[in-house]
Design a protein around this ligand. Sequence first.
Ligand SMILES: *Cc1c(COP(=O)(O)O)cnc(C)c1O
Length: 382
Amino acid sequence: MSNRTTDHIRPRGVLSRMKPYTPGKPIWEVQRELGIDKVTKLASNENPIGPSPLAIQAIQSYLTDIHRYPDADTIDLCSAIASKLEVKPDQVLVTNGADELITLLSETFLEEGDEVIVPSPTFSEYEFGANLMGVSVVQVPLCEDYRYEVTDLLAAVTEKTKLLYICSPNNPTGTYMKKQDLHELMDKLPSHVLVIFDGAYSHFVTADDYSDGLELVRQGYPIIVTQTFSKVYGLAGIRVGYGIASASILHHIRQVKEPFNVNALAQIGAAAAIQDDAHLEATREINTLGRERLYESLQELGFKFTRSMSNFVLVELGPDAKSIYDQLMQKGVILRYAGAWNLPDHVRISIGTPDDHQALISALREVLKESKEEQLLSAQKD
Ligand SMILES: *Cc1c(COP(=O)(O)O)cnc(C)c1O
């Protein structure tokens, strides 16, 4: 047999079992496909007011130095994060987006025979990390109204459980785990289970009984809190996330991480953004207001939705959800269809500016009107 072929090169077996990630469709792609300028993207929970101006300034002033390698230990950014969150700098690990941290956690802690507990539905990267390492995922369905049930999570734990993920507020439901429940979970879990508390949306929560999990790190529990600069700080495009945990847990992860995983512009930009309280407050304010306005519009249209503590809302559009989602896309409004979470009647809508919401609601009204007209026409034909 000729060796001038690539047909016999085989990847690892686990790859055939891995589902590809479906990102929100980018604005430029829709512009190109439809030949229209105005596209409204409410699909990826990005910051609708853009990045912190301080971050832009810091990045611009650093551009002449990009021939240098970045700081492998991200010392300045670690100390900025540490002082903001009232932890020690050695309790901070910065990564190329929180997504990289999930992969690093999987590579650091998982081996054959281990189990990972993941709520369902939730962020798909947890399952991705487990699958990548050839480890089985134990899914624990959220209970009514997508609430976390501590007893259900505890019941799923075995001697093989290595990691347990809590996403709070949860993506895509917007629901959260109450502080009291989180503490009960941490107190009852056996000590060989590392909890990963994904707080990508912590800053958007307005409920009083919420915990961002950081007090549990300070108290020495086996928990890692992950957060990101992609959402509230508006830096999704430059990829910065971080984990907060005891120095000993982070030590293991540092053994696995690439030295230059966070680029220099990302480090500089994030360190500036975390000091920008005005941008943070403005983002929270537009989100809290926008969430209420979106609820009102959805109620007027007669759609059910789940009240959210995040910067997105899970909306039940009904059996035509996929078709409505497609038609909205044709009108330049990008949402996230929830089929991949086994929620075929739902979409996830990111909170945007008042202009974004106006574009969404008027496009949605048009779609609903058009489909009603079509139904009438076909009824007349019958
Ligand atoms: C967006 C998101 C992240 C992190 O995203 P990065 O851009 O990789 O930092 C993590 N967890 C959840 C649940 C998210 O929705």
